[in-house]
Design a protein around this ligand. Structure first.
Ligand code: CA2
Length: 152
């Protein structure tokens, strides 16, 4: 049987990781993040498709694509977390588990970051644990998908 595919989707400005604001987002780059996700996925028996976009419509198209192709989604919607009803609607149409990840603790920051449209559609939310949040999100998906298998 082939490895279940997990989409790891990253929203706007996350391509700038490691270039600015290291006190909030750390010093590592998005390539480092992809490596961490790939190694974690490998250990869990997942294949991953790791992507980043600065465009809201592209992120939504990828979520729609996940519907047909993926067993689960890890998503850091970045700024669209706090603004995008359209992204929330796309995620609500999925019937696979979705883990929302934020590198920073959004609840410790400006009040406009405290509300997430995406959380309404997420199976679980991880914030404030840095890049490790992605590793934990993949682990959570592994346990959720195993439980689903056991129920069948
Ligand atoms: O903490 C997170 O992961 C966020 O999703 C990151 C978003 C922010 O809008 C959310 O409130 C929380 C921002 C991503 C921007 O990332 C940068 C990284 C380095 C330099 C500049 C921006």
């Amino acid at each position: 049987m082939s490895a279940p595919l997990i989409f790891v989707l990253n929203g706007p400005n996350l391509n700038m990781l490691g270039t600015r604001q290291p006190e909030i987002y750390g010093a590592e780059t998005i390539d480092d993040l992809e490596t961490l996700c790939a190694e974690t996925a490998d250990g869990l028996g997942f294949a991953i498709d790791f992507r980043q976009t600065n465009l809201e419509g592209e992120l939504i198209t990828w979520v729609q694509e996940a519907r047909a192709r993926a067993a689960g989604v890890v998503i850091n919607p970045a700024g669209y977390t706090h603004t995008s009803v359209a992204l929330m609607d796309a995620l609500l149409a999925l019937d696979i588990p979705v883990i929302e990840v934020h590198i920073s603790n959004i609840h410790q920051r400006e009040s406009f970051r405290h509300h997430s449209y995406v959380s309404r559609a997420a199976t679980g939310v991880i914030a404030g644990l840095g890049f490790a949040g992605y590793r934990l999100a993949l682990l959570a998906l592994s346990e959720i998908l195993e439980e689903e298998d056991d129920d069948q």
